[in-house]
Design a protein around this ligand. Structure first.
Ligand code: 5GP
Length: 114
């Protein structure tokens, strides 16, 4: 069950500030408050989904394609395309998902650890 009492929902509502990178009607991208690498951004869908599985099972094919195209667009804005980057999404307890609003991390800007 999606709970609006999470930090990304509040960021989306502009109740909590964030360093925004990109926004359109479907997605919002901003810098992670606690970066693991030189480039560490988060891309969230504006659909109220708890995680990747919730998103992929409720989004239309177009919404899904649009979301991942936006992730690629944000990587381009961040200028990590030539040097390479990683996308990841934590799902649930074993993955240590902290924020229960579907998001993808974009990591890069330096050599990433395995
Ligand atoms: P995950 O849920 O994928 O495990 O991680 C959530 C990520 O959100 C973490 O990397 C954490 O640093 C980031 N985060 C948590 N709270 C905030 C916040 O208030 N602002 C921003 N920009 N990032 C946050």
């Amino acid at each position: 069950m999606y709970d609006k009492n999470n930090v990304f929902y509040k960021i989306m509502q502009n109740e909590i500030p964030s360093k925004k990178i990109y926004e359109d009607e479907n997605v919002l991208a901003f810098y992670d408050i606690n970066p693991m690498y030189k480039v560490h951004a988060l891309v969230i869908s504006k659909k109220l989904c708890t995680d990747f599985d919730d998103f992929i099972n409720s989004a239309t094919a177009k919404e899904t394609a649009d979301f991942f195209k936006s992730v690629s667009k944000v990587a381009e804005i961040l200028d990590v395309k030539n040097s390479g980057y990683r996308i990841l999404s934590n799902i649930g307890e074993n993955a240590n998902q902290i924020v229960k609003h579907f998001h993808v991390h974009i990591l890069g800007g330096e050599k990433l650890r395995d």
